[in-house]
Design a protein around this ligand. Structure first.
Ligand SMILES: [Fe+2]
Length: 561
């Protein structure tokens, strides 16, 4: 057996580890799920410990480790940038040097935390993004596009994947960065940059793109790729506000802050304009990469590929024939790509897999679950058929915690650490928001649908197992599932197959048999500001600290008095 580990930490906002056994994923997780610090970017000691334990090996049995940055790349460009932008660049240097030092000293982390002194490959960040999507995709050949804020001083990467190889065709360097644009407007609109970008995407549906011309002055497509007018940005390497410049304030007016509790229509229109212009630029890039590579299969990755609204329009507008977005499109996916590339580098053997599941994290058996329930003095009701029982509770308007099997890798809850509700009740959106999630009312909830029924409910007819794309809900079905139909008539769909997650599939199927609707509302098992739960104890704490009605945890049901 050959074991390779992929790791990302330090120069990211989401540390993670992935372990491969003979080139296939055995285990993966983000560090935040263990440390309980959201967007933890520190060395992922606990995630690595979990991965090694899952495979039953020690760090000494690792053949190689891949690290998802190579800070030695583009050193000249970085120095040139600092000189050119002196003295404004001083803050960037002050922020950047400690991060660079930690990235450069990564071998020391492996030595100190794992006692590991073997091979460590420092890998091109965007090549890792590319590997995380292409080598995990079902395509023999595909155009590959990776878009993020910045990694190894690059922001946009595209190339061709063929067989086991990925070749780079074009790269755009920071600060020409679409991630930077979205992050800056996230800050401008009063949200947390590098965290709340998905909220801006949700908000965009409540506005009209009235300011598209103004957006086109800020960033626009070019024959080569795209360009930003940097005068609108307050460039830093750390997401410390304000990321926008005075010029952007002069253009759009006062920025919102987290103390602005309601968002005026004007700012919703700005969010809509940002989203519309981003989509135009992404579509332009997709057309370019498809034309250059000659492939109509597309693999996407990078933080910008978390923009599920833009992703969904790529196939429906006929820009490509098929699209693959991995469950870990943002930086945790770099750990996956790094593990694949480390395997190839150390064995010289090409390897790939079709990654059709995100259920790659820790799991807990019924014995452990029972101990956790009893530890809290709660009554554990054994269930003969948890799927059937949970579906029945949903039809009784109960909000149900669903904790089953291995935890998801990536930001989406996909039916292992989920909170579920009846999508047929319009008021369920507000109930879940106010009683459990404590989050902004404008944010949509997502549907999980039986894979067999996706085309019946949505304008799309292919598996979307990782909730990475938004599609229109069929007009005649919108009134049937109002709690998961966004204000613009769309939904961030997850298709569930019986092979990928049998217990979750059976739950939705049981709900279908009871109600005639093969869809449930699925939101992540956490409260605002916290990482998704990992252990039964965390699930129980969240259950007790919210107004959730019932918890189906493994083979047990827990209810409130
Ligand atoms: Fe990245």
């Amino acid at each position: 057996m050959v074991y390779t580990l992929g790791v990302i930490c330090h120069g990211t906002h989401d540390a993670a580890a992935v372990l491969l056994e003979d080139g296939q994923v055995v285990a993966s997780a983000e560090e935040e799920r263990f440390s309980r610090k959201k967007f933890d970017n520190r060395f992922p000691a606990q995630a690595i410990e979990f991965c090694l334990a899952k495979a039953g090996i020690t760090s000494q049995e690792l053949s190689a480790i891949g690290y998802g940055f190579d800070p030695r790349r583009k050193v000249g460009l970085k120095a040139l940038y600092v000189l050119k932008h002196f003295p404004q660049s001083v803050e960037m240097v002050v922020n950047g040097v400690p991060i660079a030092r930690r990235m450069n000293g990564i071998e020391q982390d492996f030595r100190e935390h794992l006692g590991y002194t073997g091979s460590v490959y420092r890998l091109n960040h965007h090549l890792c993004h590319a590997a995380s999507t292409f080598l995990a995709s079902p395509f023999e050949e595909a155009a590959v596009l990776a878009l993020d804020c910045m990694g190894d001083w690059e922001s946009c990467w595209w190339g061709l994947g063929k067989g086991h190889h990925i070749s780079e065709l074009e790269v755009t360097d920071w600060p020409q960065s679409l991630g930077l644009v979205y992050m800056t407007f996230t800050d401008y609109l009063g949200f947390q940059p590098l965290s709340d970008e998905y909220k801006v995407m949700g908000l965009a549906s409540y506005g009209e793109p009235r300011y598209i011309e103004q957006m086109q002055e800020i960033f626009w497509a070019t024959p080569q790729s795209y360009q930003l007018n940097l005068d609108y940005f307050n460039l830093k390497l750390q997401p410390t506000p304000p990321l926008y410049s005075q010029k952007l304030v002069e253009r759009f007016g006062r920025a919102l802050s987290k103390f602005d509790h309601s968002i005026p229509q004007y700012y919703r229109d700005i969010a809509a304009s940002l989203q519309a212009q981003l989509e135009q630029v992404i579509f332009h890039l997709v057309k370019k990469v498809v034309a250059t590579t000659g492939s109509r299969n597309l693999c996407l990755a990078g933080g910008v590929a978390m923009n599920s609204a833009a992703n969904g329009k790529i196939p429906t507008r006929g820009l490509v024939d098929a699209l693959y977005v991995p469950p870990c499109a943002a930086d945790p996916g770099v750990a996956l790509g790094a593990a694949y590339l480390a395997y190839q580098a150390t064995t010289g053997k090409p390897q790939r897999q079709v990654l059709d599941t995100a259920l790659l994290g820790p799991e807990y058996n019924d014995e452990q679950i029972l101990v956790a329930i009893q530890h809290r003095g709660l009554q554990a009701h054994p269930l003969s058929n948890p799927s059937q029982q949970a579906a029945k509770l949903l039809t009784e308007s109960k909000v149900v915690g669903w904790f089953q099997g291995r935890m998801e890798f990536g930001q989406r809850a996909l039916g292992a650490r989920s909170i579920l509700a009846d999508p047929r009740l319009a008021e369920m959106k507000d109930i879940v928001n106010k009683k459990i999630k404590f989050r902004e009312g404008f944010r949509p909830f997502a549907p999980s649908v039986l894979e067999e029924s996706v085309a019946e409910y949505f304008h799309y007819d292919a598996p979307v197992p990782f909730m990475t794309q938004v599609y229109p809900v069929r007009e005649e079905k919108q009134a049937k599932i109002p709690a998961v139909t966004h204000v613009d008539g769309t939904a961030r769909v997850q298709t569930v197959s019986i092979s990928a997650n049998p217990r979750y599939w059976h739950l939705i199927d049981a709900f279908y048999k009871l109600t005639g609707v093969p869809v449930v509302l699925n939101t992540s098992f956490n409260v605002k500001g916290q990482p998704i739960v990992n252990t039964p104890a965390e699930a129980l704490d969240t259950f007790l600290n919210t107004e959730m009605d019932a918890l189906v945890c493994g083979g047990y049901l827990v209810v409130k008095d």
